[in-house]
Design a protein around this ligand. Structure first.
Ligand code: GLU
Length: 305
């Protein structure tokens, strides 16, 4: 589907897991938050598999995540989309950026950037070396966005946000020298093409939002509403992930795990509901979802289980 204008009264949400391993409690929390926000407002909820990063994809993980979501009673609209099937579309949008001269080819190697200052997310702040033409002749170039100015937006959970792209992020990569499109480009194009109006996701992506809004404005796309949920961290303060050895969710007890996810999100499910059939739990959760109860924090320790 391709829509550039979305009906204002229509809510379209989505969940976009990366298939780097089985669904763990952290990704379940994000799925639950985005699902309930959409369904409690009569919205549609789409599923997208963010499988651009070949090196991090785990064989079978995408199917495993979809099967777990189904078992937990999530119902999505339409077929799940895979980013790996959309490369020509990203190429088309990169060409648009080239035509606008919003991007420039960059020949800098990682080593050449190693002395640059650090951006907020730990990546190197690009010193602008190739802004006026590639510094060196190389067989392959990355494409970087020329950044300027600041982005402000209001996050429904985390409050007002301000980001000076030039100083805090720098000219960012939209296609790497090895040809891989960057997440920042893909997510903007995907959300737009699917008509997504509300992005409810983990707060680890709060700091990516300025870049995404910047791209939306270059393309003339509308900006969705953003709500960044607290990220589940372990006792060491690390985000649950494959790298931190987060255990796969126990799919033999869906209601238990869903009740834990609801409590993590500040909702107050009655204790008995953990023993009820999963359909009843969803009925309760959709009827009682309150975004205002979600903790206004970037991270929350997983102390429930
Ligand atoms: N695929 C990303 C992740 O799993 C989420 C992307 C998004 O929600 O924008 O962290």
């Amino acid at each position: 589907m391709h829509s550039s204008t979305s009906n204002l009264s229509e809510y379209v949400g989505r969940f976009a897991p990366s298939p780097t391993g089985p669904l763990h409690f952290g990704s379940l929390v994000t799925a639950v938050g985005s699902y309930l926000d959409a369904r409690s407002r009569g919205g549609r909820w789409l599923l997208r598999v963010d499988d651009l990063d070949q090196a991090r994809n785990v064989v079978g993980a995408a199917d495993g995540i979809l099967a777990t979501l189904e078992k937990f009673g999530f119902e999505w609209n339409g077929e799940a989309i895979r980013q790996s099937a959309r490369l020509p579309r990203y190429g088309e949008m990169l060409d648009r950026l080239r035509a606008m001269q919003a991007v420039f080819p960059c020949s800098c190697s990682r080593r050449e950037l190693a002395d640059s200052a650090l951006a907020r997310d730990g990546a190197r702040l690009y010193p602008g070396t190739c802004r006026d033409g590639p510094n060196q002749v190389r067989p392959a170039y990355a494409w970087r966005i020329r950044t300027a100015g600041s982005i402000n937006f209001a996050d429904l959970i985390q409050g007002p946000q301000h980001e000076n792209l030039e100083l805090e992020v720098g000219d960012f990569v939209v296609r790497r020298a090895d040809g891989q499109f960057a997440y920042q480009l893909a997510v903007v194009v995907d959300d737009h093409d699917a008509g997504v109006t509300h992005v409810v996701r983990g707060a680890d992506l709060l700091h990516s939002t300025g870049r995404q809004i910047y791209l939306q404005r270059l393309f003339g796309f509308s900006t969705p509403v953003y709500a960044h949920l607290p990220v589940v961290v372990n006792e060491a303060g690390e985000k649950l992930s494959k790298q931190t050895h987060a255990p796969a969710i126990d799919s033999t007890r869906p209601t238990r795990a869903l009740v834990d996810a609801l409590r993590f999100l500040g909702q107050r499910p009655p204790t008995e509901i953990a023993e009820a059939p999963v359909e009843l739990l969803w009925q309760w959760a959709i009827a009682n979802w309150t975004l205002d109860r979600v903790p206004h924090a970037l991270q929350v320790r997983d102390e429930l289980r």
